[in-house]
Design a protein. Structure first.
Length: 256
């Protein structure tokens, strides 16, 4: 069984239909993370949702288009998001630890060395669940990673994860580019036919789509990490994956 997992949670998974943060869903995910922790699986969470949480707190109905407004939403929403995680983690006598990253951090040997050492220490002590997000408050076009799918892949490689699990509202890679058809359970090579199945972004509150998830799978593979894309709304999805059940699409790609 894999012993170190990076789990990425998308904005669409963490928000309700009315655009507000889905506190119940966060609680369900945290319950599963706590169960994995008890089984000896070290978990790093890469979470989206700061901008959505900020939109909720600021009473905004639509995602802002201006960079400064998005950054303002993130500064308001990030502590709101961490507070929600913290509340649920405390039920399991666990504590969350926040780390905010930019592309520059990931491109710096010193920063990545420090980040890895900090994450290794936290995971070794077992009571802490690292929760990572992009530092949206300061990230601009030059220094932002751009989406948390790719960020999670970089983090998986950084910490030497055994598995990257990307959870959103979709089941996985489907046989039709509009997200319908049959689920493709396994992908071993990303060729043009697979890339043609990727759709666009999901909604105004979700900047990612299957395109970024495929890119994430490629990045993770370069670090020797397999990726599973699955629905976070499937009951106990993480517990079932840990039990060996085949859910979503697993990418076991060879390095280029």
């Amino acid at each position: 069984m894999a012993k170190r997992w990076v789990i990425k949670l998308g904005s669409g998974l963490l928000t309700r239909k009315d655009g507000k943060v889905d506190r119940v869903q966060i609680g369900r995910i945290v319950d599963q993370v706590a169960a994995l922790n008890k089984r000896g699986i070290q978990v790093v969470v890469v979470t989206s949702g700061a901008v959505a949480a900020g939109m909720t707190a600021m009473g905004l109905d639509k995602r802002p288009k201006e960079a400064r407004e998005l950054q303002a939403c993130a500064t308001v929403g990030q502590p709101e998001l961490m507070s929600e995680y913290g509340k649920h983690l405390r039920r399991h006598k666990l504590l969350g630890s926040q780390m905010l990253l930019t592309y520059w951090d990931l491109d710096s040997r010193a920063c990545t060395r420090n980040a890895r050492a900090t994450l290794d220490l936290l995971l070794a002590r077992k009571r802490f669940i690292p929760i990572i997000n992009e530092n949206d408050a300061i990230a601009d076009e030059e220094i932002k990673v751009g989406d948390n799918d790719r960020l999670s892949a970089h983090v998986a490689a950084l910490v030497g994860a055994d598995l990257l699990i990307i959870l959103s509202g979709i089941q996985g890679l489907m046989t039709k580019s509009d997200g319908t058809g049959d689920l493709i359970p396994s992908v071993r090579k990303l060729d043009d036919s697979v890339r043609a199945l990727a759709g666009g972004a999901g909604s105004e509150r979700n900047v990612g789509g299957m395109v970024t998830k495929l890119l994430a799978a490629e990045i993770a593979a370069e670090g020797g990490v397999d990726t599973i894309i699955a629905s976070g709304r499937h009951p106990n999805v993480l517990i079932e994956i840990a039990a060996g059940k085949k859910l979503g699409t697993r990418f076991s790609l060879q390095k280029k």
